[in-house]
Design a protein around this ligand. Sequence first.
Ligand code: SAH
Ligand code: SF4
Ligand code: F3S
Length: 492
Amino acid sequence: MCDTKKNRGLEEILYVIDENGPVPEQEPMRQYYFIKKARQYVEQQEKQAGRPLSAHVTTFGCQMNARDSEKLAGILSEVGYIEEPDEKKADFVIFNTCTVRENANQRLYGRLGQLGRAKRQNPDMKIALCGCMMQELEVVEKLKKSYPFVDLIFGTHNLYKFAELLSTSQESGRMVIDIWKDTDKIVEEIPSERKYPFKSGVNIMFGCNNFCSYCIVPYVRGRERSREPADIIREIDRLAADGVVEIMLLGQNVNSYGKNLAHPISFAKLLTEIEKIDGIQRIRFMTSHPKDLSKELITVMGQSKKICRHLHLPIQSGSTRILEKMNRRYTKEQYLDLVESIRRAVPDISLTTDIIVGFPGETEEDFQETLDVVRKVRYDAAFTFQYSKRTGTPAAVMEEQVPPEVVKERFERLLTEVQSISAEACKIHTGSIQEVLVESVNEHDASLVTGRMSNNLLVHFPGDTSLIGTLIPVRLKECRGFYYIGEAVENG
Ligand code: SAH
Ligand code: SF4
Ligand code: F3S
């Protein structure tokens, strides 16, 4: 990865590329060629406008999309755009979309309508769309028909080609669309720009093979592909050298990492290798599928000095009957046993989860099973969702869809339960001293900084910008619902 704004290595390569010569066939050289080409175009436009050109990346959805957006931002910056915080004022706007639930799509159309009005004021504005929602045929059809002001559309599989697509779009006066159905390719060494200097997401795998019956992700992200361990380690080595202290390993199901590589390696083994990298002080990962969480991983987590005391372990439903219909491939009992083994190995671990309410066929008894798991596990936080019908998934055509008013009522009951338990779970750390990674100056009170504990909870305490990116001990004085007020502790 090229993770600095003006990456010297990349500049040297760009210097020798002849942008008027033949287009290289090999990646990533081909993309470097197009970066140089697009850069010339931006320079030309800047001369005409008499000011620098600006860009804005808007991200919807999960951590995967957030990391993809850093790649988009990296390319935009290499091409010469400066960042414009207000999307309506930018010369180039790209929406990196999500389609996991129906309301994600609705939100996108709403935002796009607003952007269309901004483009009427500034006809030179360029609008691009990419990400998961673009992998759906009917979405692209609707965009072509109802949103003709969009300049560029591409999907999840060819994001690495953004420089090339940008260059094509600059030269074409028409809407450019490039969507691939699937891919087995992983292109390394594409520039990226980190949102935070001290922490970074790192993709370890792409796609998903699990086909949970409600979920659209396998259809829009394609089949599971793991990156080579050497490529991952090299990227983290460079991040560490560049000042990163915390990494978040990303995949839809990190527990199945490495199974399909030519030389298979387990996720636990990968973690052991990453632990050895000097400079990296904290390791997080997302998401863990309960069916693939191994004993080996639990042992590694128990022994590790760097893996954070936090595990996101989505349950989705507490009813074994519903879990089967969801194609999750574990039972309520297996899940609870897993939680017990993890707590035994890592007693202070914080557990969080995802829960769907109102999956087709869910009865009051099934819902009670979910509440039972919530009460037994006592999650530190739970993301709760009302089931959303995704066309193309098996659950969308299941009979016994639960009426919306029933879903809503169960959802409210679940939320009340989850919130009261997590408020109590949060409080138990009051008075303790925790190591905190300082992330930012507090948004509401500039005399405070905000840091994150190993268990992922936030704490606000007096401090200044010089602390950002450092790990320091903080005493937790007062719990305010889901966060703490604290004070830095001298000499640890
Ligand atoms: N790979 C991750 C989840 C990715 S999607 C995992 O397996 O845990 C993030 C969350 O969105 C899921 O955990 C699920 O709770 C929720 N979700 C996915 N599809 C949904 C749907 N159709 N309706 C409601 N929630 C959904
Ligand atoms: Fe969706 Fe299941 Fe894959 Fe997660 S594991 S992305 S919920 S299909
Ligand atoms: Fe959404 Fe795609 Fe993530 S559908 S949740 S952005 S993988």
